[in-house]
Write a protein that binds this ligand. Sequence first.
Ligand code: DHK
Length: 148
Amino acid sequence: MTTEQATGPILVLNGPNLNMLGTRQPEIYGADTLDDVVALCERTAARFDRRIIAFQSNHEGALIDRIHQARGEVSAIVINPGGLTHTSVALRDALVIPEVPIVEVHISNVHAREEFRHHSFVSPIATAVIAGLGVQGYAAAIEYLSKP
Ligand code: DHK
């Protein structure tokens, strides 16, 4: 990684259904909207003089295209892959392409939920996994990735 890339923006990716945050099962995912999450990420990054790029899509291919574009552009990736966590080899394959640290975030504690949520295709290639901290998990991920 070049020095320029190491201080480059952090890509914050959200997968399917996360555009519905605030409305979708608030007893599980909380009351904050995706805009609130992006604002939290921006505020957290700014504390460390860092910048984020936020991207959400309900489409696997769009997320993969964005990850390809991130190669050489970003210093790290924070990703909540939504349901693709548990299904997508293609997303996992894409995530190794930029060769940057990855923090996988889940708002809910996926391990305390249905069994199909216990397996993640992304976790083995992630630097760290955060689950169950609510939207504060995104802030924790950005703080971790921003510290020199
Ligand atoms: C979000 C989703 O959309 C689910 O499909 C995952 C994750 C859990 C979360 O907790 O943020 O299983």
